[in-house]
Design a protein around this ligand. Structure first.
Ligand SMILES: Nc1ncnc2c1ncn2[C@@H]1O[C@H](COP(=O)(O)OP(=O)(O)OP(=O)(O)O)[C@@H](O)[C@H]1O
Ligand SMILES: [Mg+2]
Length: 327
């Protein structure tokens, strides 16, 4: 199967005004297939949002892609001209942002906000735009699309606002939707509703998705494959069932031990129960040699300090970058 999206050895660094450098992505590679849902899992600061921004070339001015390639349907994204990029962004690849509260305009009705996306990307006349907006909203709000279309964001619940963002993301019929922590601000029931919606959309529209999260619990039953990100590198990639049920990399194992137990009712008690990975977050100001998890790894060996672990195949689709596994 030809991949829809290919990321090869991607390096991204941020440089602050004072000259400090942060190597947010340090040689990341992966593929995304048609109609595939890839879960990207990692702690805060592991580079998840940097990845989403890089794929669309939406990094802030301090963020620079210093190496690697991104191919979308064979097209070299990093060398695309601004006009080609405009065609790609929002239309072929769309993004649901991490912060739903800032993603919607507070003083515009939902209908106008969806139409705005279509106006930016599609050569449709007013009637066709309105019609497409009605169809998209009806698919996401079958019971009350008209009321939602006429509402302002503050009149909607968190879950409804999230659905409006999904409406904007799918309005132009993209092949790939990038969703950056799309349910982080929602309660667990609404979270599940949105995840079910993603499953339905993949089936109905044949969408591929990159679902970015720090919570492995969201990926079970939804993602086909999981990529575990640590210090801007993929430390483990494999079928979701294998990675989530039997993680192999010491970091993935540690991360999965931190999943909040679902049977705990209140958020506070869930937080109190949460084990944390001991040791300090990685220092991204230098490109370290060796495994970035080595300082925190309970199973570290001498070699981990000085050599970069290559991705070792455990099965056809499951790879781990760790010296525990002989290549
Ligand atoms: N604009 C920026 N300028 C400088 N450094 C940045 C900038 N944005 C991100 N970084 C740094 O790059 C690294 C990766 O950040 P990123 O936001 O991609 O992580 P993340 O995995 O999305 O985290 P979170 O789960 O908190 O959203 C972090 O060390 C972060 O501090
Ligand atoms: Mg982020």
């Amino acid at each position: 199967m030809t991949p829809l999206l290919q990321v090869q050895d991607l390096h991204v660094a941020y440089r602050s005004r004072t000259g400090e450098v942060c190597h947010a992505l340090a040689g990341l590679s992966f593929d995304l297939g048609p109609s595939e849902i890839l879960g990207v899992l990692g702690e805060s600061g592991s580079g998840k949002s940097t990845l989403a921004a890089s794929l669309l070339r939406l990094l802030p001015p301090s963020g620079i892609i210093t190496g690697g390639r991104i191919l979308f349907e064979g097209q070299d994204v990093l060398h695309a001209r601004p006009r080609e990029m405009e065609k790609l962004r929002g239309r072929r690849i769309s993004l649901i942002f991490q912060e739903p509260s800032v993603a919607l305009h507070p003083a515009m009705r939902v209908r106008d906000q969806v139409e705005e996306v279509l106006r930016a990307h599609e050569p449709l006349d007013f009637a066709a735009r309105r019609n497409r907006t009605r169809q998209v909203l009806a698919s996401l709000f079958p019971a009350d699309a008209d009321r939602i279309a006429n509402s302002y964001p503050h009149q909607l619940s968190g879950g409804q606002r999230q659905r409006v963002l999904v409406a904007q993301a799918i309005a132009c019929g993209p092949s790939v939707v990038l969703a950056d922590e799309p349910t982080a601000s929602l309660d667990p029931t609404t979270q599940q509703e949105i995840l079910t919606l993603f499953r339905t959309l993949r089936q109905a529209l044949g969408l591929s998705m990159v679902l970015i999260t720090h919570n492995p619990g969201l990926l079970a039953g939804l993602a086909d494959r999981v990529l575990v990100l640590y210090a801007g590198r993929a430390v483990e990639v494999g079928p979701a069932e294998s990675v989530l049920a039997s993680p192999q990399h010491p970091y993935t194992r540690a991360l999965l031990r931190c999943v909040p137990p679902l049977d705990q009712k209140s958020q506070a008690s869930r937080k109190a129960m949460l084990p944390v990975i001991s040791g300090e977050s990685p220092n991204l100001s230098v490109l370290v040699r060796g495994c970035p998890f080595e300082p925190r790894c309970p199973e570290k060996m001498e070699v981990c300090k000085s050599c970069d672990p290559a991705a070792v195949p455990l099965s056809e689709a499951h790879t781990v970058s760790c010296f525990k596994f002989p290549g």
